[in-house]
Design a protein around this ligand. Structure first.
Ligand code: SER
Length: 319
């Protein structure tokens, strides 16, 4: 019987991942934890506890007490926010990971998922069809912490047998819980602003192409990687995951097909430099071959789903 701990269950990924895991493993077997309030769906579908991943002893006791067998650790300060508080962001991102690696090493919770990111690449990386193994010289605090984290994950796997698994998420697009302080956040904000106001001022330039993925695909593949046969996994740092690549102009044009009056304008900020250092498109053939990475959402389907779900959500909130 699997007992699963999700750290960061009130965040953009966690709030959806918990619900998907509860469908598979049963509500009572998926322990949602965060230092932020949970969504209603999370608090009514199984256990939720306030747990600070930075507090090692509390984390250790929690894992032992509930006989946890798997951990998903999603707590992180995202790229844009991390640039505002570099040392704090480094401390938080690294300590959160090292605490869960140590707990995985010392307890029966041997299986650990921790997200890496396209942010591990940098300006010297080939920007198109970026391979799994390539030059990695990130120049953001977030990217440096993710790259260091990948190295530590692989180290704990080799040295202590921790079943560390990870993917390099592209920008994740979802309508349930918004991201906070990321460089790819424009691709979520744009949909909310389109539905609410019919226009959006974008903080990246119109031709800044980045890899992105709809949340359902991200969750499906994350769980698929965690359920894959261990012997099939040739990568114990993190797998490239491509999703779909587009720029703000391409996304705006897709929105205009459904909302012809939609208007976009551009006013770049400090996140432009971060985006410029990340690849435009990613090669994920290793993940496809090793564990069957697959996607259902292209740009058209993603756009239609986001607009209709956000419209429903806003109507419900107003009624
Ligand atoms: N979406 C994240 C960010 O923009 C990258 O992992 O920070």
């Amino acid at each position: 019987m699997e007992k699963i701990l999700v750290i960061g269950s009130s965040g953009q990924i966690g709030s959806e991942l918990v619900l998907a895991l509860r469908k598979i493993y049963g509500g009572e077997n998926v322990y949602a934890t965060d230092i932020k309030e949970p969504t209603e769906e999370i608090s009514t579908s199984g256990p939720f506890d306030n747990l600070d991943v930075l507090d090692f002893n509390n984390l250790l006791h929690y894992v032992v007490r509930y006989k946890i067998t798997q951990i998903y650790n999603l707590a992180a300060v995202l790229s844009g926010n991390a640039e505002k508080i570099p040392l704090q962001a480094w401390d938080i991102n690294m300590k959160a990971l090292m605490n869960t690696l140590e707990v995985a090493h010392k307890t029966d919770a041997k299986k650990l998922f921790w997200p890496s990111s396209i942010a591990i690449f940098g300006p010297t990386t080939p920007m198109e069809n970026t391979p799994q193994l390539t030059v990695m010289e990130p120049n953001t605090v977030y990217g440096i912490s993710k790259l260091a984290g990948e190295r530590w994950g692989e180290y704990y796997h080799k040295r202590y047998g921790v079943d560390f698994r990870s993917v390099r998420y592209p920008g994740l697009i979802s309508y349930k819980t918004e991201p906070g302080g990321g460089t790819t956040d424009y691709a979520v904000e744009i949909f909310f602003e389109a539905v609410k106001n019919g226009k959006y001022e974008c903080f990246l330039s119109e031709d800044t192409a980045l890899p992105m993925m709809f949340m359902d695909d991200a969750i499906h593949n994350t769980i698929k990687l965690m359920r894959a046969d261990s012997s099939k996994l040739s990568i114990r740092s993190a797998y490239n995951m491509a999703g779909i690549s587009f720029d703000p102009n391409g996304l705006a044009n897709e929105i205009k097909k459904i909302m012809p009056g939609f208007e976009i304008s551009y006013k770049t900020d400090f996140r432009q430099a971060i985006a410029n250092s990340w690849p435009a498109s990613i090669n994920d053939e290793v993940a496809r071959k090793d564990w069957g990475l697959e996607e259902k959402y292209d740009l058209r389907k993603l756009t239609a789903t986001m607009l209709s779900k956000i419209t429903e959500k806003i109507k419900r909130a107003g009624s």
